[in-house]
Design a protein around this ligand. Structure first.
Ligand code: SAM
Length: 304
């Protein structure tokens, strides 16, 4: 299976999902090379794996051949002849195909068309789980939106329909399975002694308000007067100074700074030009981090 790994669901994600969707019989639509089906087979009694692409399906058959509880079906998951073969389903899962890049992600370009999946499988179950691009707009289902980050990077969005829905929005961090859900709105406050980066899945789920002990700054950071330990706050900085643009050079020199890591949004093409400009004339040894918040430029030290 090694060659197929880069096109498929990472094992940590597949195992997490299989645990959450553990049931008697599951249908895996758009099974690809079979990575998610492989994980489902460890937790469910029966897995139907449906794949449209003939060559990909042939490979899925090879990959899953040793598993007696997996039935691989080559064909279109929306074709009645394919659906006829499914005798029972507790949950229908689909990791659909999407265009490699799009200006704006929409449901219309996702294959198979997910509202059709719901309609055509509704005689079997009301419980669906779909993987979607995290920034997709207009989701036409009453569902839980679960944003998942893997090793601190936003990885995917899974939506849960029917009895699988536990709340409106949730965030899960893997590895470790740190899980947030809730409704509390983030409380905003002025910059305090510490500045924190927030995990991207938590940010996209809008669940920053659920992280204990911090407030939200004017943008995507958290702040507190105390040092807070939380899996949802992967990077922690001590705020050293807040200053205006024209004070910045002097402040950096006074702080014996030699390297300035720019943390505010900047076009990658301009990063080194701006950084070289900031570091010109600095001869200190300290590596400091530079943010731009409502309060002004924030010079901070990473706490490791
Ligand atoms: C993102 S891949 C799935 C990867 C897979 N979940 C894994 O773990 O390796 C999406 C797959 O959906 C399949 N697909 C697209 N439309 C389909 C349809 N109507 N019926 C069945 N499979 C379909 C594509 O051929 C593609 O292999």
């Amino acid at each position: 299976m090694a060659d197929d790994v880069r096109f498929s669901t990472p094992e940590l994600v597949a195992d997490y999902r299989a645990e959450r969707l553990k049931c008697d019989t599951i249908v895996d639509i758009g099974a690809g090379y079979g990575f998610q089906s492989f994980a489902f087979a460890k937790k469910c009694k029966k897995v139907y794996s449906i794949e449209l692409n003939e060559q990909v399906c042939a490979r899925a058959k090879e990959n899953l051949a040793k598993l007696e509880n997996v039935e691989v079906i080559c064909g279109d998951a929306l074709d009645p002849k394919v659906i006829e073969k499914i005798k029972k389903a507790d949950i229908v899962f689909c990791d659909p195909e999407r265009l490699p890049s799009e200006k704006e992600r929409t449901m219309a370009t996702i294959k198979p068309f997910l509202p059709d999946v719901v309609e055509k499988y509704s005689h079997l179950t009301n419980n669906f789980c779909f993987e979607l691009p995290p920034h997709i707009r207009d989701i036409p289902f009453d569902c839980e939106k679960e944003y998942l980050s893997l090793f601190g990077k936003l990885n995917r969005l899974d939506i849960y329909v029917g009895d699988l829905k536990n709340c409106e929005r949730s965030a899960i961090l893997l590895p470790g399975e740190h899980f947030l859900r809730g409704k509390r709105k983030p409380v905003e406050g002025p910059l305090q002694k510490y500045l924190y980066e927030i995990d991207p899945a938590v940010l996209l789920a809008g669940l920053e308000g659920e992280i204990k002990g911090v407030k939200k700054t004017s943008n995507k950071y958290a702040t507190a007067d105390e040092e807070v330990e939380s899996p949802y706050l992967p990077q922690k900085y001590a705020v050293l100074r807040v200053c205006s643009g024209h004070e910045l050079k002097r402040v950096l020199r006074d702080m014996f700074c030699g390297k300035v890591i720019i943390r505010y949004p900047i076009d990658p093409q301009d990063y080194w030009k701006e950084r070289n400009e900031l570091e010109k004339g600095l001869s200190g040894k300290r590596v400091l981090h530079l943010f731009r918040l409502n309060e002004g430029f924030v010079v901070a030290k990473l706490i490791e």
